[in-house]
Every structure is written in structure tokens, then in C-alpha cells.
Design a protein around this ligand. Structure first.
Ligand code: ATP
Ligand code: MG
Length: 428
């Protein structure tokens, strides 16, 4: 083994011999004594070099190791009143495993802010910063908190194809791919497949997978590839789906508070576990709020960015918008006259989730498809699942990066993906 412990483990190992490995965060030389700050994913350690103890030769060699080099240090952990962390390592030997070039294209220890493009081009360096790493530790906990809740509620995790023959929503936001002699697309959503799994009798399915949208616009809340957390549940209506969603989010935030206190401090964020149930307002009520803010909007229109800002200024919390007009919702949503059984989960001005009770009646589904200008023949593989025993069902799709944005408070969705895909970026 290269290392005996991580830096997260050593504060409790006072007096012990350890071998720890990581990156050189910083080196400060103060005459005959030098401090090397070592860093790994779990923490920092101060390595105290005393010239009289390690010898002149090693002292000179060790203090010249470039920042961000990867090293392993063998030494003894010791309590220290002076050290900021309360302990230090007195090294016997420092081995350089990989020497970093200098200058660094992007500073890690320094507080200077770099442009997001420079940061993403050097993402491996950027992520060595605590405040960046914290975003991804939190993203992970949110995902695990949601998954944990759903698995405890009998959801089965599945994977559906991402290379598909037809558009889910019929729209233009599709990336074409060559599939041997056929034309195919990258899937925008697992919607149609998870519904077919209701006909398969899986009862409750969960999928966590990429979704691809060829949206031309470059905004701070759209990506061209994002992670969608999707569920579909049988013998359920939209209220059941909403309860599953709010329960998942509350569990994620509870877990975050329990397990990522350090990262929350780093990002200077605070969360109270939201109270259940989340507020529910209808589309009509939301429309009133928008109009009362002096914004023009007709019934049946979707909320513009301006309208969403008006909603956000009054509702800085998780809330549902229910009873949407059917004309602005996809064909698979269950209609209710000119209304529908669809809902969105919002936080402030941001949409996090869209969901609905679905239309499980074959004839009605075909009729809605036609009315929306879609050709049912292109969806035969999907529609046949509705002819031989399809239970009523409901579900939703949640954008993991959108939720991470809200929880961490970052302003640009690109901050919530390690290697973002946007209108212009395809590398790294
Ligand atoms: P928006 O109106 O915000 O563009 P949408 O209504 O087109 O989103 P849906 O098809 O309802 O999106 O997708 C479900 C969820 O997936 C959204 O609520 C959002 O959290 C997420 N999502 C959708 N498109 C994107 C995208 N381009 N980038 C990141 N997340 C997205
Ligand atoms: Mg939506």
C-alpha cells in the first residue's frame, strides 16, 4: 500500500507513525523551519520540517518541491498547539511520486478568481480547490439522498437506451447520430421507456442517466447534456408523484446536513430541512402573481424568464405549480379538459422538475398526439404497450444539476458538472 491513512484519519492518530500521500498545497520556509501543507480529498496536514532534525540536504531538497506535486510522507503525527489544525506531522522521509510543472496554469492555493473557461480547461486543477470539490461532494450526497429514499420506497433502478429512433417530445432539440445505415438520436428523456416499464409490471422505476438536448441557447441554467433523475410509478396520480418528490428532496437535504457540514461551511450555505408538504399553487394562481407584478401574460402561455423572476421574487422556497394548461404540456400528460394533471417543482425562479399523471388510455393518447401534430405511426413501439394492460401511472424527471445549483447557491449550472457540455464546449 502506498499510504497507511488518508488526511481525514490522522487527527485521531497522535503519536503514531503514518505514511500519507497527497498534493503539496503550499510550502512556507521560515529560516531553519519550514511548513509543508499537504492536501488530499479528506483534508489538510501541516508537515513541519526542522532543519536540525531532517538534515541540511533533505531540508533544501524538500522545500524546493514545486506546489501541486504528488508526494508521500512517512512520519509521526504529533499534537501541536501552534498548528492551525491542532496537529502536525514530523517527517522522516518525503518521496516525490509526480513532480508538477510550474508555473501552474491555474492556482490552487491562491484566492485569485479565474474565468470559468480557464477553469474548465484545467478542471483537474480547478477541482483541487476546496470550494469546487465541495460542490461535487454535495451533488453526490443529494443524489444519494434521493436514491436512498426511492429505493426504500420500492423503486427499482433501471437503465433505458440513450440511442433512440424517435424524439420523446417531438421537438427540434435533438442530436442526430449515425446508427449504421439508420438515422438515430441521443435521447432527450427516458419518458417513453419508463412508461413502457409500467406496462411491464415493474410498478416503480428509477433511472439516473444523461439526457441530451440540442438547445441552441446558451443560458446559465441549460446544458446540452445533463443528468436526469427519473421516476415512474403505477397505480398513482400526480399527488402521489409529488409526495415522492418532496420526500426525496427532504431526505437529500437531511442527509446533506448530517454528512456534509464541512462542505456547507466551505460554501457558506445553510439549509433548514424543508417542511412537508411543499406549497402547491395552481398555474392560474401563478399567472395571477405574474400579472400582479405588472407582467403581461395570457392564459395558456408558458412562463417567460421575466415571469419566472416575478414568481421567484415572491416564492423563495420549494413549491409546486399544478394544473397546467394541456396545450403547453407534452402529449403523454393526462388531460383534464383544457387543464392537465401536470406539475412542476420550482425553487424561486428555477424549475427543477416536471412531472404528471400520464395518459394511460390508448385512444385518448393517440388523439392528443394527433392534435399536437405528431404521427402515432412513429410511436408504434411505445403505443403498443398501451393496448395490452397498462396501469394508470405518474412520474417525474428532475435535473440533478438544477437542484445542485439551488442547494449550493452557485449562479451558473456549468459549476455543477465536472465536464460541462454547452453550445460551444466539447472538450475536455
Ligand atoms: P426548462 O423550461 O427549464 O428549459 P424543460 O421544461 O424544458 O426545462 P423538462 O423537459 O421538463 O425541461 O425536463 C425535466 C427537468 O430536467 C427540468 O425541470 C430541469 O430540471 C432539467 N432540465 C431540462 N432541460 C435541461 C437542460 N438543458 N439543462 C439542465 N437541466 C435541464
Ligand atoms: Mg419542464
Amino acid at each position: 500500500m502506498l499510504r497507511s491513512h488518508t488526511l481525514g484519519e490522522i487527527p485521531s492518530l497522535q503519536g503514531k507513525e503514518v505514511r500519507v500521500c497527497g498534493w503539496i498545497h503550499d510550502i512556507r520556509v521560515l529560516g531553519r523551519i519550514a511548513f509543508i501543507i499537504l492536501r488530499d480529498r479528506y483534508g489538510f496536514a501541516q508537515v513541519t520540517l526542522i532543519r536540525g532534525l531532517v538534515g541540511k540536504e533533505k531540508f533544501r531538497k524538500y522545500t524546493k518541491i514545486p506546489r501541486e506535486s504528488v508526494v508521500c510522507i512517512r512520519g509521526r503525527v504529533q499534537k501541536s498547539e501552534q498548528a492551525k489544525l491542532g496537529f502536525e506531522i514530523l517527517p522522516e522521509e518525503i518521496e516525490v511520486l509526480n513532480r508538477a510543472d510550474s508555473p501552474l496554469p491555474l492556482g490552487v492555493a491562491d484566492k485569485v478568481d479565474a474565468e470559468i473557461d480557464t477553469r474548465i480547461e484545467n478542471r483537474f486543477l480547478d477541482m483541487r480547490k476546496r470550494e469546487i470539490l465541495s460542490i461535487f461532494e454535495i451533488r453526490n450526497i443529494i443524489l444519494q439522498g434521493i436514491r436512498e429514499y426511492l429505493l426504500a420506497n420500492n423503486f427499482i433502478e433501471v437503465h433505458t437506451p440513450k440511442i433512440v429512433a424517435t424524439a420523446t417530445e417531438g421537438g427540434t432539440e435533438l442530436f442526430p447520430v449515425k446508427y449504421f445505415e439508420k438515422n438515430a438520436y441521443l435521447n432527450q428523456s427516458p419518458q417513453l421507456y419508463k412508461q413502457m416499464l409500467m406496462a411491464a409490471g415493474l410498478d416503480r422505476v428509477l433511472e439516473v442517466a444523461p439526457a441530451f438536448r440540442a438547445e441552441e441557447h446558451n443560458t446559465t441554467r441549460h446544458l446540452n447534456e445533463f443528468i436526469s433523475i427519473d421516476i415512474e410509478m403505477s397505480f398513482a396520480n400526480e399527488e402521489d408523484a409529488m409526495q415522492m418528490l418532496e420526500g426525496s428532496i427532504v431526505n437529500a437535504i437531511r442527509k446533506l446536513k448530517e454528512e456534509r457540514e464541512e462542505e456547507m461551511k466551505t460554501l457558506e450555505i445553510e439549509w433548514d430541512v424543508p417542511k412537508l408538504p411543499f406549497r402547491r399553487i395552481t398555474y392560474d394562481e401563478a399567472l395571477e402573481i405574474v400579472k400582479n407584478n405588472g407582467i403581461e401574460m395570457e392564459w395558456g402561455e408558458d412562463f417567460s424568464a421575466e415571469a419566472l423572476n416575478a414568481l421567484g421574487s415572491e416564492l423563495q422556497e420549494f413549491y409546486f405549480i399544478t394544473r397546467w394548461p394541456m396545450e403547453i404540456k407534452p402529449f403523454y400528460v393526462l388531460p383534464d379538459g383544457k387543464y392537465s394533471h401536470a406539475f412542476d417543482l420550482m425553487y424561486g425562479e428555477k424549475e427543477i422538475t416536471s412531472g404528471a399523471q400520464r395518459n394511460h388510455i390508448y385512444e385518448s393518447l393517440v388523439e392528443v398526439m394527433r392534435s399536437k401534430g405528431l404521427n402515432p405511426e412513429n410511436f408504434e413501439y411505445y403505443l403498443r404497450a398501451f393496448r395490452y394492460g397498462m396501469p394508470p401511472h405518474a412520474g417525474w424527471g428532475l435535473g440533478l444539476e438544477r437542484l445542485t445549483m439551488i442547494v449550493t447557491g452557485v449562479k451558473n449550472i456549468r459549476e455543477c458538472v465536472i465536464f460541462p457540455r454547452d453550445r460551444t464546449r466539447l472538450v475536455p
